[in-house]
Ligand binder design. Structure first.
Ligand code: ADP
Ligand code: MG
Length: 274
């Protein structure tokens, strides 16, 4: 999570990793119905990358994750996966049914891909404990998933994704519904996982709190608008093309800061223009 040690790369080339390609998308297009959702997507996810995908709601971020995961197939173009690649997926919290009556341990163990027996082996139990400890939720193993805070829920889903020792961790909005402290801890946790060798690609709509702190970004609006480090992607020009609205960007302590033209700023904007 060093915002400075990246290099600018070309279109769709995520810059933080120099390792081999784990997944390469060439000229990928996707649609659910008649309207195209993704077109001409060129993207290489390399071993070691820690990349954030930013873009407005409906821009195709979740769809891109599903293509990378392999649960959706492109209608055009090709997706090349390195053979034997293990991919872990952390879903967006809103897409989860929290009334499902399971404990943290049960939920995490459900991810076991080859589940020949309904109960975990001694090795799996040991692995479960180690992963829960590592994520700081070791004491929550027997807690019902409904009784967790947003940050704890996210950790549980990360634990679940880590049970298959993924090469690549895909996370959909991992900091949404998570308070400031948890968000901060989450970024550190993900930075540590990345430093220990896990390639990470996440989506986020939080430009200042998350994206600006990641080594590599991809701006998406139905296609790749820009890729590079925060200084290259969090710019007024890229953000306007990505979000379709003008946004101001300042530099603060070496990080780009986006002045969000949210509703609470409306009077200020009115004064400026009037
Ligand atoms: P994001 O994650 O950036 O908000 P999505 O990938 O979820 O964007 O959605 C991109 C577009 O595809 C949106 O217009 C959305 O309504 C549409 N879409 C997403 N999932 C489906 C689906 N299962 N069936 C039909 N349309 C969908
Ligand atoms: Mg989404």
């Amino acid at each position: 999570m060093n915002a400075t040690d990246y290099h600018g790369h070309g279109h769709g080339e995520t810059p933080s990793g120099t390792g081999e390609s784990l997944i390469t998308l060439t000229d990928v297009a996707f649609r659910y119905g008649p309207a195209p959702v993704l077109t001409d997507v060129e993207l290489t996810v390399r071993r070691g990358n820690f990349t954030g995908v930013v873009g407005p709601s409906g821009s195709g971020k979740t769809t891109l994750l599903r293509l990378l995961l392999g649960t959706l197939r492109p209608v055009a173009g090709t997706i090349d996966r390195s053979p034997g690649l293990r991919v872990g997926y952390v879903p967006q919290l809103e897409s989860v049914d929290w009334n499902f009556p399971v404990t943290v341990a049960e939920c995490v163990l459900m991810s076991r891909s080859e589940r020949r027996v309904p109960w975990p082996s001694r090795r799996e139990r040991a692995e479960l404990s180690a992963i829960l400890e590592r994520l700081g939720i070791g004491d929550l193993a027997n807690r019902h998933i409904r009784a967790l805070s947003g940050g704890q829920q996210q950790r549980m889903f990360i634990a679940r994704a880590l049970m298959c020792s993924p090469d690549l961790l895909l996370m959909d909005e991992p900091t949404t519904g998570v308070d400031f402290t948890s968000r901060h801890e989450m970024l550190h946790l993900l930075g540590d996982l990345n430093a220990a060798g896990t390639t990470i690609l996440l989506t986020t709509h939080d430009l200042n709190g998350v994206a600006a702190h990641l080594p590599s970004l991809l701006a998406l609006n139905h296609t790749v608008i820009a890729a590079g480090g925060p200084a290259e992607v969090i710019t007024a020009s890229v953000l306007e093309r990505t979000f379709g609205a003008p946004m101001e960007v300042l530099q603060h302590l070496g990080l780009p800061v986006v002045l969000d033209p949210g509703p609470h700023l409306a009077p200020v904007r009115a004064r400026r223009t009037g």
